[in-house]
Design a protein around this ligand. Structure first.
Ligand SMILES: Nc1nc2c(ncn2[C@@H]2O[C@H](COP(=O)(O)OP(=O)(O)OP(=O)(O)O)[C@@H](O)[C@H]2O)c(=O)[nH]1
Ligand SMILES: [Mg+2]
Length: 434
């Protein structure tokens, strides 16, 4: 089954193009395999000339990044006519994107989506890729997500959201983030979240890059996403690569409407020059990944969040999906991830853990272990967004930029209340309310 990706705004378009690069290069390592065929069907269609063409719609209100994407020399292609641009971006203003640009350009964008859907023999669903902090990705992205939900109610909808640097570039980024979450959490089946701070740290500390560029960051984001979305075998797939990647992801991880936030961690990340000399053993990799899961919450013991919730001193999971790729996967023991102590007591640990495996090495790594986690890991960054936004809102700073496009103080208060509710729900996974 196929996935139609929507690249929205600068971030969405730059991350999206790295994702297609990652997937294409990975799946073409051995073109003859069923893995390669399954991957291509998911992400590409073939033109009459035999070119691999991304199943993607490119949307940005300013033309520069899309122009760069369309002229980038890659072994695969974007369909030139599958892009939509205007002359000017949304100026980091969610309200401009959601209330004005989105509705004004709705028909043209929907036509592009329909064209891609018609090219899919079997549609698994949609993957809108966007940042939550700018104006186009967040505002138009939210609008487009709403239209997809209305027009394709039976298709799966998984949004990939890039969260801004906590010491961010735009003063209103936290407003945009909250307004986006308020809507997208309720529209989408699951939100795959990657934080720029965390990915930046991976580039500096693990890949040992001295000067981390946005391109390095996007390659790591794409590596994480590709590791999850490339074909894999699940326990009940009887040796056939999963047919409905987004549907299976959602059913493993996000079956409860109040718990839609998914984080991704992966090991190993190795600097390119060291790759040839590195060997890894599954028990070591999995131990490392488990430690990352437990500490990933970045929450100090006893810290009280703005939702008044005092979480456990480690990261409690509602559900986890472990994806193993590479040599000897079928004999690897994954029992440590099924321990009841990692999970809330709402689900038996056996049901809370899903494992997907593929014997095909991923992205030149002999072995990769990736965990998609529906856990408390995103509480701390979300709490940070809420606190920063509230300190602006308390003195009504910049609100007039939003109200002139029709977003009211009431809408902001709803978004704060919604975020507090998410924090409270995740806090309760630990069963520890103050
Ligand atoms: N990881 C990553 N983050 C990006 C990239 N480009 C921008 N960002 C982040 O995205 C946020 C800004 O959003 P953009 O995507 O630039 O904004 P936009 O959607 O184009 O919206 P407007 O320009 O306001 O119309 C900031 O938090 C940036 O750090 C990128 O290529 N990769
Ligand atoms: Mg822009």
């Amino acid at each position: 089954m196929s996935i139609v990706t929507l690249q929205l705004g600068q971030c969405g378009n730059q991350v999206g193009s790295e994702l297609f690069d990652n997937i294409f290069n990975d799946s073409q390592a051995d073109r003859s395999t069923t893995f390669s065929t399954a991957s291509s069907e998911r992400f590409f269609h073939q033109s009459q000339q035999g070119d691999f063409v991304a199943r993607a719609v490119l949307i940005d209100m300013e033309p520069k990044v899309i122009r760069q994407n369309l002229s980038r020399p890659t072994k695969w292609k974007y369909e030139q006519a599958s892009s939509f641009t205007q002359r000017q971006g949304c100026g980091n203003n969610w309200a401009n994107g959601f209330c004005v640009q989105g509705p004004a350009q709705s028909e043209a964008m929907e036509n592009l989506v329909r064209r891609q859907v018609e090219r899919c023999e079997r549609l698994s669903g949609f993957l809108p890729v966007m940042s939550v902090a700018g104006g186009t990705g967040s505002g138009v992205g939210t609008f487009v997500t709403q239209r997809l939900r209305d027009s394709y109610p039976k298709s799966f909808l998984v949004n990939h959201l890039t969260w801004p640097y906590s010491q961010g570039e735009a003063v209103v980024q936290n407003y945009n983030s909250l307004l986006t979450l308020r809507h997208v959490c309720q529209l989408s089946d699951a939100l795959l979240v990657q934080e720029n701070d965390v990915v930046h740290a991976i580039c500096g500390q693990m890949l040992r890059l001295k000067h981390v560029s946005i391109n390095h960051i996007n390659k790591v984001i794409a590596h994480h996403l590709g590791a999850v979305l490339q074909p894999a075998l699940s326990a009940d797939s009887h040796g056939v690569y999963s047919r409905n990647p987004l549907g299976e992801l959602v059913s493993c991880l996000a079956s409860h409407s109040e718990y839609r936030l998914l984080s991704i961690i992966s090991v190993p990340h190795i600097p390119a020059p060291s790759m040839a000399f590195s060997t890894f053993h599954w028990p070591v990799l999995l131990k490392h990944l488990r430690q990352k899961l437990l500490s990933n919450s970045k929450m100090e013991a006893g810290k009280v969040s703005s939702a008044g919730v005092s979480p456990r001193p480690f990261n409690v999971s509602l559900a986890n999906l472990l994806v193993l790729r590479g040599k000897d996967v079928f004999t690897t023991e994954t029992g440590d991830f099924g321990e009841a102590g990692l999970y809330s007591d709402w689900l038996p640990a056996k049901e809370a853990l899903s494992v997907w495996k593929s014997p095909v090495a991923f992205n030149k790594y002999e072995k990769t272990a990736t965990l998609v986690s529906n856990s408390q890991a995103l509480m701390e960054p979300l709490d940070h967004i809420v606190r920063k936004a509230w300190s602006l809102f308390a003195c009504r700073a910049f609100i007039h930029h939003y109200s002139k496009f029709g977003v009211t103080e009431e809408d902001f208060l709803d978004s704060f209340a919604f975020a507090e509710q998410i924090l409270s729900s995740y806090g309760q996974l630990g069963g520890n309310t103050s």
